[in-house]
Design a protein around this ligand. Structure first.
Ligand code: SAH
Length: 221
C-alpha cells in the first residue's frame, strides 16, 4: 500500500474497475455514460505532477489556472444531459477536453469552446491522438454560445455563471436540455438542468457543486 492507502501494484484493469465502481457508488448509473467513461481514459487529460492521480475521484489542476472536473461530477452532468446518438452538443469550458471526449462517445457532434487558446490547442492534440473526429474545439467566449452552429440539442456549461446565459438559452432547441452550474464563484453553486419547451423553460435544481467561474472575454494564454 502507498501512503494514501491505494494499492501500489494495481494493474490497469484493476484501476479501471475501481474508477468505475467509484462512479457507480456516487450515482452514475446510466450504462451508456459508464461505457463512455470506461472507453475514455482520464489519464490522457491530466499532465505532469498530477497524472498519477487521474483515476481518483477528485478535480485536478490543469494549465491556465483551471481544473479538470471530478469524474463523478462529469458522469452526473453527462447523465443529466441525456444525450441521444443524433444530438449536436455544445460544451462551454473545454478545459482539459475530458468532458468533451466523453460526450463524443454519445453524440453525433460536439462543439467545445474555451476562452484560453492554449487549453483548446492542447485538447485538440489529445482528440487527434485518440481519433475523436466528431469534436470541434475552438477558442471563444462561450457565454455567447456559437450562433453559427446553433441551435443545439444539448448544452453543457462547465464553469459557474450567475444565471444561465441568455444567448445559450436562445441557442437551445425546443425539447433541448442544458446543464449549467449557477451561483457566485467560491460560494454555493447549484447544478441546474434547463429544459426548453414550446412555450418556455423548466428549471430543475440537481445538486450543489463547485466550479471555476465563467469569465468574460478571451484569455491571454
Ligand atoms: N470541462 C473541462 C473542465 C472545465 S474548467 C474538463 O473536462 O476538463 C472550466 C473551463 O471554463 C476553463 O478551462 C475556463 O477557461 C473555461 N471558461 C471560463 N469562462 C469561459 C467563457 N466565458 N467561455 C469559454 N470558456 C470559459
Amino acid at each position: 500500500m502507498t501512503e494514501d492507502g491505494l494499492p501500489d501494484d494495481e494493474t490497469a484493469a484493476e484501476r479501471k474497475m475501481r474508477f468505475l465502481f467509484a462512479l457507480r457508488s456516487r450515482g452514475v448509473t446510466d450504462i451508456r455514460v459508464l461505457t463512455a467513461m470506461e472507453r475514455i481514459d482520464r489519464g490522457h487529460f491530466v499532465r505532469g505532477l498530477f497524472a498519477e492521480r487521474a483515476y481518483e475521484d477528485m478535480p485536478l489542476p490543469i494549465a491556465c489556472g483551471q481544473t479538470i472536473s471530478q469524474p463523478s461530477v462529469v458522469g452526473l452532468m453527462t447523465q443529466a444531459l441525456n444525450v441521444q446518438p443524433r444530438d449536436t452538443v455544445l460544451e462551454v469550458g473545454t478545459g482539459s477536453g475530458y468532458q468533451a471526449a466523453i460526450l463524443s462517445q454519445l453524440a453525433r457532434r460536439v462543439y467545445t469552446v474555451d476562452r484560453h487558446r492554449r487549453l483548446v490547442r492542447e485538447a485538440q492534440d489529445v482528440f487527434r491522438d485518440l481519433g475523436l473526429v466528431n469534436i470541434v474545439a475552438m477558442a471563444a467566449d462561450g457565454s455567447f454560445g456559437l450562433p453559427d452552429q446553433a441551435p443545439f440539442d444539448r448544452i453543457i456549461v462547465t464553469a459557474a455563471a450567475e444565471d444561465p446565459p441568455g444567448p445559450l438559452l436562445a441557442q437551445l432547441k425546443i425539447g433541448g436540455i442544458m446543464v449549467v452550474p449557477v451561483g457566485q464563484s467560491d460560494t454555493v453553486q447549484h447544478l441546474i438542468k434547463v429544459t426548453r419547451h414550446e412555450t418556455g423553460y423548466d428549471y430543475e435544481e440537481l445538486r450543489p457543486v463547485r466550479f471555476v467561474p465563467l469569465v468574460e472575454g478571451l484569455g491571454t494564454e
